[in-house]
Design a protein around this ligand. Sequence first.
Ligand code: SAM
Ligand code: SF4
Length: 335
Amino acid sequence: MSHSKAAPVLIDRFGRTVDYLRISITDRCDFRCVYCMAEDMTFLPREQILSLEEIYWVAAVFAQLGVKKIRITGGEPLVRKGALGLLQKLGQIEGLTELVMTTNGSQLEVYASALKAAGVKRLNISLDTLDADKFKAITRTGNLKQVIRGIQAAKSAGFQRIKINAVILKDRNHLEVIELVRFAVDLGIDISFIEEMPLGVVLQHNRAEAFYPSAMIKADLRDSFNLEPSLQRTGGPSNYFNVIGTDTQVGFISPHSDNFCSTCNRVRLTAEGRLLLCLGNEHSVDLKQVLRAHPGDAETLKQVIIEAMPLKPERHEFTLHEQPIILRYMNMTGG
Ligand code: SAM
Ligand code: SF4
């Protein structure tokens, strides 16, 4: 396959260049986090999700359209059979400068070194608490010790950066933020705190009551750490602070309290092959249908992707007080 090194061609109506693709390679997961899934989930039948070959093909075409960064996510990407083989192939796509992954860490003890060897540069690992009982309560099926061992394996494997992602919910884990930052500092890794987003219907907690804004986390941390705004801009939604005297950065992803849409550079491919133009809106294009109607036809796929760009909305509109307008859960979306 030839790879163009021309200027980026994916630009939306608001002048934002899209050079970052997030791919959810499965909607399945070994955890059932309370903010992400219902306890009793029905997952998609296999024929409805993209094959690994189809995912690779879409990724390669996006790279030809100027995409430089791909994040593999899910569901839990490492529970999909063949995930490692896919990452090895993605790692060889010309023009891709960053192949990264988001994982719950449960399989990292087994896969960390192989992922590094495949060319995965950075890992985001989700960890909301260091208390085993709370961890069980939040993930419903997760095992904290296994995840900690996974994080340590990732550290030993020598990734460029590792970042913990923690979704903070009031009265569930908001008292843990200092301990979580200490954990990150001790390991020399980064951490981002995320405000919960209203994706899918959750029954176990009231999202408005569980809302714990980034500003409060920042205030909670100030007594224990010296935080200084970081000059580094990643183009992503995180607002970073250096923890003075350490190698750690603390980020805040604040979809409610600090809208980050104006710099959005990303689109998402769902497990079933829908190209989502915005996390907080339903604007999408069915790429699976295009892939299956025109197998091996890169030009048609490119055209459909280029024509999808004007659908990218200006911003998300999340509301905490009504039932969500977005009925898909984060595991479908690829967080
Ligand atoms: N299973 C992997 C994991 O947990 O890291 C990857 C997929 S998960 C959907 C990606 C990220 O989305 C995780 O950090 C998770 O905490 C976050 N997430 C899930 N549901 C969310 C929600 N409703 N609001 C905010 N973040 C959410
Ligand atoms: Fe699974 Fe990640 Fe969703 Fe938790 S946040 S249920 S680990 S996909």
